[in-house]
Design a protein around this ligand. Structure first.
Ligand code: AMP
Length: 365
C-alpha cells in the first residue's frame, strides 16, 4: 500500500511518487528523498504484493485503456487526477504515465506491465517478446506531404521532415537514401533545382549524397508544413481528418500500429500478470463473437450444426416437443446475420442472438 499524508499537497505527492518509481526496485522506503523536500509528506511505504501497471495518462489510448481495465475487473478510484490509483478488487496499482515513457518503465522492471501503442514501442527501440494486441488505437504512422505537390517518399530525400518519431523516420529515410545512392548524378541535379520546386533547399553529405533532415517536435507536427518549417511530416493517421485539414496527403506508411499490453518477463507477480493477460484475452475474444440460439426440427439438426458448429461443438438441448431440438452456439460477429438468414431458410425458428462479455477457452495463453 502507498500511504500519502491526507494533507500532502499535490506537488509533494508527485515528488514522492517520482521518487518511488526511481527507487522501487531496490528500496521499499523513501525516507531520505522525502526528508529533502521543503515540506516533507509521510514516507511512501510500498506493499510489494501490488502489481504495477502503467496506463497512458492522457491522449487517445487513455479512455480505451480505462474502459478495458473496467471490463476485466480492474476498476479503480482516481482522486484529484492523481498519477496513481489502487484497483478496488485486486492488488494492482495503476500508474498513469506519459505514453512515450511506458516501454522504458516496463523494460526496466520499474512497473510490471503496461498499455502502450506499438508505434511508441518501436520508437523507443525496446523489445518485448510478447505484445498482446488490444484491438484499439489502430492507425498508421504515415509520411504526409502537401496535396498539391503530388510527391513520393523518394522526392523527400534530402528535404526536411518534421516528426515526433525521429528514430523511425530517420531509419525509413536512411533506407531510401541507401537505395538511391546508385543514382548520385541525378541527386546532384536535384541539389541544383531543389529550391525551385517550392521545397526547402536539400541538404547533402560531404560526398554529395542527399540526406534527409529530420526535425523533432513533440506535437502539432502537421502544422509545420504550412508554417514553412518542413517539406513533409511523419505522424499517426487514424481518420485522416487532421492531415487533410493541414492540406496534406498520405504518401507512404512506415508502420501500422495499435495498442498493446506489454509486461516485464522478470516480474515477481507472474501469477497475477498471467491472470490479467487471460482476462484481456477472454474479453477481446468475447467481442469477436455472439451467441446464437434457435429451435430446429430434429431431422434438420445435422444441417443446422454445419451452419453453427460453435468453437468446440454446438450445445444441443431437448425440448418438450420431441420433434424439435434447441441449439446454441457461438458465431463470429461478422457472420451472425448471414447465419441467421441461412438458419431461417433451413426452417429454424425462435432465432435469437445475445452478447457475452467474457470468454475462457481453458487452454493456456
Ligand atoms: P486523425 O485526424 O483521426 O487522423 O488523427 C490524427 C491525429 O491524432 C494526429 O495528430 C495523431 O498524432 C493523433 N493520433 C491518431 N491516432 C492516434 C493514436 N492511436 N494514438 C495517439 N495519437 C493518435
Amino acid at each position: 500500500m502507498i500511504n500519502n499524508s491526507e494533507h500532502c499537497p499535490t506537488s509533494e505527492s508527485l515528488a514522492c511518487f517520482l521518487s518511488f518509481l526511481c527507487l522501487r526496485r531496490s528500496n521499499f522506503r523513501l525516507t531520505s528523498q522525502i526528508m529533502q523536500m521543503e515540506r516533507p509528506c509521510t514516507p511512501l511505504t510500498i506493499d510489494s504484493s501490488n502489481l504495477l501497471l502503467a496506463i497512458p495518462k492522457k491522449g487517445r489510448l487513455h479512455e480505451r485503456s480505462v474502459e478495458l481495465l473496467n471490463e476485466i475487473g480492474l476498476q479503480f478510484k482516481r482522486t484529484n487526477r492523481s498519477d496513481i490509483a489502487h484497483c478496488v478488487a485486486a492488488p494492482v496499482l495503476l500508474v498513469f504515465l506519459n505514453v512515450v515513457d511506458i516501454p522504458v518503465f516496463v523494460a526496466e522492471g520499474n512497473v510490471d506491465g503496461g498499455i502502450v501503442g506499438q508505434d511508441v514501442i518501436s520508437e523507443t527501440g525496446q523489445h518485448f517478446a510478447e505484445q498482446q494486441l488490444l484491438g484499439f488505437g489502430r492507425c498508421v504512422l504515415a509520411v504526409q506531404a502537401p496535396m498539391y505537390l503530388h510527391l513520393t517518399c523518394d522526392d523527400l530525400i534530402g528535404k526536411r521532415v518534421v516528426t515526433s518519431y525521429p528514430r523511425l523516420t530517420k531509419r525509413f529515410f536512411a533506407s531510401l537514401e541507401i537505395k538511391q545512392r546508385g543514382a548520385d548524378v541525378l541527386n546532384r541535379e536535384e541539389v541544383e533545382t531543389g529550391s525551385a520546386s517550392g521545397m526547402t533547399t536539400p541538404s547533402t553529405t560531404v560526398e554529395g549524397y542527399l540526406r534527409t533532415t529530420v526535425v523533432t517536435l513533440s506535437g502539432s507536427v502537421e502544422a509545420s508544413v504550412a508554417l514553412g518549417l518542413s517539406d513533409a511530416v511523419v505522424d499517426l493517421v487514424e481518420t485522416g481528418d487532421t492531415m487533410r485539414m493541414a492540406g496534406l496527403q498520405q504518401i507512404g506508411v512506415i508502420m501500422k500500429t495499435e495498442a498493446a499490453f506489454i509486461s516485464n518477463p522478470n516480474t515477481r507477480h507472474q501469477t497475477l500478470l498471467t491472470m490479467i493477460k487471460k482476462r484481456i484475452d477472454g474479453y477481446l475474444t468475447a467481442l469477436k463473437y455472439q451467441m446464437v440460439s434457435y429451435n430446429i426440427p430434429l431431422e434438420k439438426l445435422s444441417n443446422a450444426s454445419l451452419l453453427t458448429p460453435g468453437l468446440r461443438s454446438p450445445t444441443i438441448t431437448n425440448l418438450a416437443d420431441s420433434d424439435w431440438i434447441s441449439v446454441t452456439a457461438v458465431v463470429e460477429r461478422t457472420k451472425v446475420l448471414d447465419t441467421i438468414d441461412q438458419l431461417d431458410a433451413l426452417g429454424a425458428q425462435d432465432i435469437l442472438t445475445f452478447n457475452f462479455k467474457h470468454f475462457r477457452s481453458g487452454a493456456s495463453p
